[in-house]
Design a protein around this ligand. Sequence first.
Ligand code: HEM
Length: 430
Amino acid sequence: APKPNEPPSPGWMPLVGSLPYMKKNLASQMLEGFPNSPLVTLYYGLEPVYILNNFEAFDEAMVKQGQRFIGRPVRVLQKPTLAATGELWREYRRFSLKTLRDFGFGRQGGEEIILREAGELCEAIDSTPAGQALSTTDLLSPAVSNVICQLVFGARTATEDPRFPKLLDMFQSLTQRRAARHMNIMLGANYKYFEQFSFLAKLMLLRPERRRVIQLSRQLLQFCKEQVAKHKGDADMQSEPRDYIDAHLQHQTNLESDRIFNDLRLAMAIRDLFVAGTDTTSNTLRWGILYMIENPDVAEKVFEEIRVNVGTERNANNEGQRQSALHGSGAGGVFPEPEKFKPERYLDAEARFSPNESVVPFGSGKRACLGESLARMELFVFFHETDAARYRFGLDPAERRSISEIKDNAENHGGGIRAPAEHKIVFTPR
Ligand code: HEM
């Protein structure tokens, strides 16, 4: 049973922990139910998990005491590299950050890749008959994926490999659709208990959806292993690396032992980069478009600002990220009228962009998002320079749901990424 001195909890039951007490919208439940508690306890089975329930608690743990909170539990589903812990995580994080920088992400070289994808995206939109509605998932996921594909595989695999649409669909069911709930349950399950009590694993896998999650996750790793094998066949170890895989293979050869860097870990690192970097970015863009439809006056201001100068326009993006709270890292309690979409929150008295430190869509501290500069570059190019600058957005006239219903995507609650429901958009050139 919970210890008496634990932070407050919505409830607890033997075996299932807090699960029966957790509401669909956990973020609102925490903010509204525990407005004065910096920490809230949720029990995942036997294990207490503490929610950092305001910015001060988050900053204290992730930044001020970042070293103490650097670890991550080992989960049943995924034996990770980039999301691992200890020396393995440290070495992979250092190598991956360096490799991302070497390929120009966060600098100019990477922008060319993103601009090219943005150009292809516009072509796809422009070649559809006027008034025809397009799915933002079908449109944006391959474009965003192609950026990471070029970084990792050195090719536009998302549109050039016929197997890729299935792979993208797989990501989405792992992170956003019904399977996401099961994925979260699997990820929440702690390895330690499953080693000790193997019947728990058998019990959990009785549900076919959970076996499917394991199957999907294996298929994804298999695809990554194939890409590594292909590169091993044609990589030139003496030349400049073409991509992340080449850089890793060269790094491996330069090391005396393969204790940390080896082929299997490489495949797992690619998988981690994909999972972390695809639907996060594409869904942020999907949210951005929905907020523009809901707030046409803001859309016009964004357009004007891009047209006149590039400098103040990031406020709309920041506000979209704060409100959609993709990873549940919102900034509740910090702003007046938090439910309102007000990009002007981030403008100072001279109307210059002035970020607020409590909006942390990429996390903070030592485990903060490894792809933040790549993601920011993508959001800027895809959203501001491409979509908002060239088109007016409208919801599909055949759509029966309101924007709020699309935003409040019931299927998604409890999934790894907060995504709006599937919807279509009409893009009208400006
Ligand atoms: C809008 C897009 C994105 C958002 C909102 C986002 C957000 C986040 C957040 C909140 C974390 C967790 C920080 C923590 O555990 O404290 C994270 C971790 C991570 N992200 Fe992102 N991310 C985005 C895009 C990307 C991209 C494009 C990549 C790939 C290059 C990426 C790679 C990673 C990795 C590898 C980690 C694990 C880092 C570690 O544990 O050391 N992310 N991200």
